[in-house]
Design a protein around this ligand. Structure first.
Ligand code: NAP
Ligand code: SF4
Length: 668
């Protein structure tokens, strides 16, 4: 997949939505930021969105704000329901408009998806992803809820928003009214689809009336439900027409309820996989339709608009990864975009664990005020040793401040562990990220020296004013009898292709890398690029699930008791666990490693001995910091900045590595 496309003209052309003309077709879609319930920090939110507006986003949609107390997502005040809240929101809209952007407020009633004790829904049916049973809404409460949407829409206009988006997908309250799965009412709000649709259509009409003509009324419609008892394609098309007739100016596509067990935005989802669902909507209405989900490359976005699948393209995470996404497309620098790798580690996983979102590949996201853009007062000569992501981030930030930066990497190419991660099924975008980032380093003037290390002579001569040590980690060796057997290999040897794994593999270690390597080996090195058809068949979209055939017999083993995968990402770990299950990967916890001999790996579990026969034993037992250079320099009294895995290998993760690199590089 390429980062570039010959013709972006359709994507960059203006479009009229309601009474508003948008400069281009690229929408920064709604995403919870974790700051919606913190009005005291709306300046941060304003700066965050303004950076995206300045970077050319045609339209920005805020994270969801509840129209009333019962509709909030969590047990915190993320509502917009009172006039005294208007001034705080002006601290969001003001900076966005000053940057030349357009922004609409998303109104989201969580219904039974709220994580608080007072949840409500059309019927008292518990969601599989929530422990509480919702209270059934009464007739009066339904009418009051409809009125609350209109009230929030009026407040949004008072606060300067260019309109609102009604969240009607992903399984929230409106979805809950629409689906027979969650709406068992026998009054006028339940029964056949026309009755179940009464609530959303009443909301749209009320909001339209509150907005008047002019401001944008976007309706996020569930184009594909991906659950039992949801709307089918024909019902969705009917609903789209009704929403249009009720007064919506555009339809934004939503894919899948949150309780669906099919991935919708993770890296395993092929690019633009859900475009056919958007196309069906487009055929059902005359108003503009927005495509979304796993569109992170400008070429895909341009194709969807040019071929008429969608009028606009919504991306949320790619705008976290690169606020200048549109500006780069417009100025022929699409191949310099910082590509979102769909890891969810700093965005969704942060939100789900009660933290403010950020971005793994863009440490500046939501920290805009903490970074300095001005050229440094004095130009320094800086050596960065280690071209993994920590070193790359440090080099880019330092070079952008005007320093003379040399990035040393011992391997033949920069990228460190990301280069290996790019081999894992579902992590192919890591490679695209490296391509775009490398070009940014070159543009910033960083001297990239691969296959080279900074010499002691150069440091002794004083060639550099500052040294940043980003030498990363060394994989931990296995310390058991027979650990030096030739069948015992490190994960780096497997992933870089220097060792060919046999038919029976034992993976030692149950961390993220152990899981990734087990998947890589079970899937086979020659598995080919993921296809939309293969993804749909595997996950059972439009039919029964079809598990892949495993290429090897893989057994994972770890010493600690308890289930595998507890350290995996909250929003993606379940997918990895399911994939491994599909491949028939066996997982053995609570093992004591005894020895390795001709028969294989001898272990003991609960006092019972077992031999795991293996042609290859891959060690994924964590890492130790690669600190020798740092230690040497510190011993000589030289001041060094040690970042990433070289500083702390335990809990090493790329998010911390890039953040540390960016902060150190920017501060010099
Ligand atoms: P890790 O998560 O720390 O896991 C290391 C594994 O090695 C543990 O499961 C541990 O299991 C085992 N281990 C530790 N010391 C050992 C020893 N002396 N002998 C044998 N086994 C030992 O490290 P990682 O898997 O290398 O991942 C590194 C970082 O990358 C993690 O922080 C992770 O966040 C990140 N990462 C995440 C993902 C993902 O989420 N998909 C993928 C790749 C990397 P026992 O102690 O139970 O044996
Ligand atoms: Fe994309 Fe990962 Fe950044 Fe989220 S944290 S925006 S998924 S790169």
């Amino acid at each position: 997949m390429s980062l570039v496309n010959r013709d972006f003209s359709a994507l960059l052309s203006p479009i009229r939505v309601g009474g508003v003309t948008l400069a281009n077709r690229l929408v920064m879609g709604s995403m919870h930021t974790g700051l919606e319930s913190h009005p005291e920090r709306y300046d941060t939110l304003g700066r965050f969105y303004a950076a995206r507006a300045k970077g050319g986003a045609g339209l920005i949609v805020t994270g969801g704000f509840a129209p009333c107390h019962a509709g909030r997502m969590r047990d915190e005040p993320a509502t917009f329901e009172r006039p005294d809240q208007v001034a705080a929101h002006q601290r969001i809209t003001g900076p966005v408009h000053a940057a030349g952007g357009r922004i609409i407020l998303q109104i989201l009633h969580a219904g039974r998806y709220g994580y608080h004790p007072a949840i409500v829904a059309p019927s008292p049916i518990k969601s599989p992803i929530n422990r509480d049973v919702p209270v059934e809404l009464t007739e009066d409460a339904i009418l009051a809820t409809i009125a609350s949407y209109a009230n929030t829409a009026r407040l949004a206009i008072a606060a300067g928003y260019d309109g609102v988006e009604v969240m009607g997908s992903e399984g929230y309250l409106i979805s809950q009214f629409l689906a027979a799965r969650t709406n068992h009412r026998t009054d006028r709000w339940g029964g056949p689809l026309a009755a179940r649709a009464r609530f959303p259509l009443a909301v749209v009409r009320a909001v339209r009336e509150a907005l008047g003509e002019g401001p944008i009324l976007s309706y996020r419609i569930s184009a594909l439900e991906l659950i039992e008892g949801g709307l089918d394609d024909a019902e969705t098309a009917w609903l789209a027409g009704q929403v249009e007739a009720a007064g919506a100016d555009c339809l934004a596509t939503g894919i899948g309820w949150h309780e669906a067990t099919i991935p919708t935005i993770a890296g395993v989802v092929p690019h633009a996989a859900f475009a056919p669902a958007t196309r069906r909507l487009k055929e059902a209405v005359a108003i503009p339709v927005t495509a979304s989900n796993r569109i992170n490359l400008p070429a895909d976005a341009a194709r969807l608009v040019a071929e008429g699948t969608a009028d606009l393209v919504s991306m949320a995470r790619p705008f976290l990864a690169d606020p200048d996404f549109v500006a780069k497309v417009r100025t022929n620098r699409a191949d310099r975009i910082t590509v979102c790798i769909a890891c969810n580690q700093a965005c969704l996983d942060h939100y789900f664990t009660g933290q403010v979102i950020g971005c793994l590949v863009n440490p500046r996201a939501m920290r805009e005020a903490e970074f300095i853009d001005a050229t440094a007062a004095s130009r320094k000569r800086i050596a960065v040793t280690g071209g993994g992501v920590a070193g790359m981030a440090a080099a880019l930030e330092a070079a952008r401040r005007g320093h003379d930066v040399t990035l040393y990497e011992a391997a033949a190419e920069i990228g460190g562990q990301f280069r290996q991660a790019a081999k894992i099924p579902g992590k192919e975008d890591y490679g695209l990220f490296l391509t775009g980032y490398r070009r940014q380093l070159e543009d910033a003037g960083v001297q990239i020296r691969t296959g080279a290390a900074v010499t002691m002579e150069a440091l002794a001569r004083g060639d550099y004013d500052e040294v940043i040590v980003a030498s990363g980690v060394v994989p931990r060796a296995l310390d058991i009898p027979g650990g030096d057997d030739p069948r015992v290999v490190g994960y780096t040897q497997v992933l870089d292709g220097s060792v060919a794994a046999g038919a029976r593999v034992v993976v030692i270690g149950g961390g993220g890398i152990g899981h990734d390597v087990a998947l890589y080996l079970a899937a086979g090195e020659d598995r080919g690029a993921p296809t939309v058809a293969g993804f749909a068949a595997h996950w059972g979209i439009g039919g029964a699930r079809r598990p892949h055939a495993a290429r090897r017999r893989v057994t994972m083993v770890k010493r600690s008791p308890g289930p595998f995968g507890r350290t995996l990402g909250k929003s993606t770990g379940w997918i990895l666990r399911q994939e491994l299950k599909d491949y028939g990967v066996r997982q053995v916890a609570g093992a004591r490693y005894l020895k390795i001999d001709a028969a294989g790996l001898h272990i003991e579990v609960d006092g019972k001995a077992e031999v795991l026969a293996a042609d290859t034993i891959v060690v994924c037992a964590g890492q130790e910091p690669a600190r020798s250079l740092a230690d040497l320099l510190e011993a000589r009294g030289q001041s060094v900045h040690v970042i990433g895995g070289a500083r702390l290998a335990g809990e090493l993760d790329a998010k911390r590595a890039m953040l540390e690199g960016a902060v150190v590089g920017n501060a010099l």
